[in-house]
Design a protein. Structure first.
Length: 249
């Protein structure tokens, strides 16, 4: 495996460098950019690091970055592409770290994949030092799988609303300092209008059709940057993704 090998796109995680995937990649990446300064000089664990691009970004400011991921192919890929990042293969409900060993736990777009979310939150509390922070992003159930009791995404086990995320964190011994939401900014709102009311649906419908993407849709998706998203505290229930900033009580 070489450093520029692209990790397989399975629908379970996003990866950089694929034009048709760029919307989802940037929507994930904006959360990492938002929390960078919270990680400056601190010992960070990324629990569920996927392709490794987030850990790579965090490593530019953190004192240290350790990754844990369950998928062996993702672990091998991260080791090859980001050799400066420490990564271990392991289960997120049994983290291979000592008690009180990190200042920050980052868990972005992962908790919705876990069967035992309560146990994972307990593990985060265990490995965090007193006053340490848990930073979680996840799709907002209200907008991601509207009107459904089960997730649309077959890789998701349980999606959360802002209220449900707060309940989970508080029940696990955390204080929620901020609950924020990821929203479309002005340019993406314009693209929603251009593509029949939903830029997201236009992408999903084309992906499911199995047909080649229209050149203009590919260009619109490939041109998205993190600046096209906004992270706000108001209107949590209308957000696309949740971003919780919680502190070990």
């Amino acid at each position: 495996m070489t450093d520029d090998t692209t990790l397989a796109l399975t629908g379970e995680r996003t990866v950089p460098g694929i034009p048709e995937e760029n919307y989802w990649f940037r929507r994930h990446e904006v959360a990492y950019e938002f929390i960078l300064e919270r990680c400056r000089g601190r010992d960070v664990l990324e629990a569920g690091s996927g392709e490794g691009y987030g850990a790579n970004l965090l490593s530019t400011v953190a004192g240290s970055v350790t990754c844990v991921d369950y998928d062996e192919s993702a672990v091998a890929h991260t080791r090859a592409r980001y050799p400066h990042v420490r990564i271990e293969q392991g289960n997120l409900i049994d983290l291979p770290l000592p008690d009180a060993s990190v200042d920050v736990v980052v868990n972005f777009q992962v908790i919705e994949h876990l069967w035992d979310q309560d146990k994972f939150i307990a593990e985060c509390a265990r490995v965090l030092r007193p006053g340490g922070e848990l930073l979680i992003s996840t799709p907002n159930r209200i907008t991601f799988s509207p009107g459904r009791d089960t997730p649309l995404n077959p890789f998701h086990t349980r999606e959360l609303s802002g209220a449900e995320m707060t309940e989970l964190l508080v029940g696990g011994g955390f204080t929620v300092d901020r609950m924020l939401g990821v929203h479309h900014g002005p340019r993406l709102t314009q693209l929603d209008d251009k593509w029949g009311g939903s830029f997201i649906d236009a992408q999903i419908q084309r992906a499911l059709s199995g047909e080649p993407w229209p050149t203009d849709l590919t260009a619109d998706v490939a041109g998205i940057t993190t600046a096209d998203f906004s992270i706000l505290e108001p209107d949590i229930d209308a957000s696309l993704d949740l971003l919780a900033i919680a502190r070990r009580s």
